[in-house]
Design a protein around this ligand. Sequence first.
Ligand SMILES: [Cu+2]
Length: 140
Amino acid sequence: MNRFLAGYSPLLLALTFGVFTGFFLISGVLQAAAPVRSVAVTMGDYRFSPDSISVQSGETIRLELVNTDSLTPHNFTLKAEAAGLNVDIDVSAGGTGILDITPLAPGTFEFYCNKKLPFMKSHRHRGMEGVLIVTPAGPD
Ligand SMILES: [Cu+2]
């Protein structure tokens, strides 16, 4: 066996191990601390604003829903089985809601408000709908 390696390999191993352990610890911490991108979505006057939200496949975004109407409750419904999403959340008049979503497949998926008073047009029918555009995950 090579004497040099025999003498130094434990040190090298320890250093290598230490460097890699440090790297993984740091990358783990960085990943855990990575901020989730927030998108503020207002709901009012039978509209979502914005009514188009873009996200990368596999990315988690936080939707901060704000109902700006003082009397009318709204809702955020997003049924996108293909992307692993099944969302149905009510937001009371003047209220807020927080929703983290992670779409798992690219595509364009409609979201809408499912509220409807008897004998009235549904909120969706009045224009309360939008699209979630999920783009393919980039290389990283
Ligand atoms: Cu509504």
